[in-house]
Design a protein. Structure first.
Length: 74
């Protein structure tokens, strides 16, 4: 399993655009400097009332298929 670690700061208002389907993909910079693109639907598992804030690991298999997203730290 492979993993990309990144910091996200997405307000609840901004996340609404993902939820409504206005935005399909998220583009972010991983901690190792890579630019990554992933489906916005991945974030449904980690959204909170205030939005999505914190450090996360996105795990995927050897074929690049999403497996899970995990919040790192407290």
């Amino acid at each position: 399993m492979q993993r990309i670690v990144l910091d996200l700061a997405i307000s609840a208002q901004e996340y609404q655009r993902f939820y409504r389907g206005q935005v399909k993909q998220v583009v972010a910079r991983a901690l190792d400097g890579r630019n990554v693109r992933f489906p916005a639907s991945v974030l449904q598992q980690v959204v909170q009332h205030e939005g999505i804030y914190g450090r996360f690991a996105i795990e995927f298999d050897d074929q690049g298929k999403f497996q899970r997203i995990v919040r790192l730290g407290a």
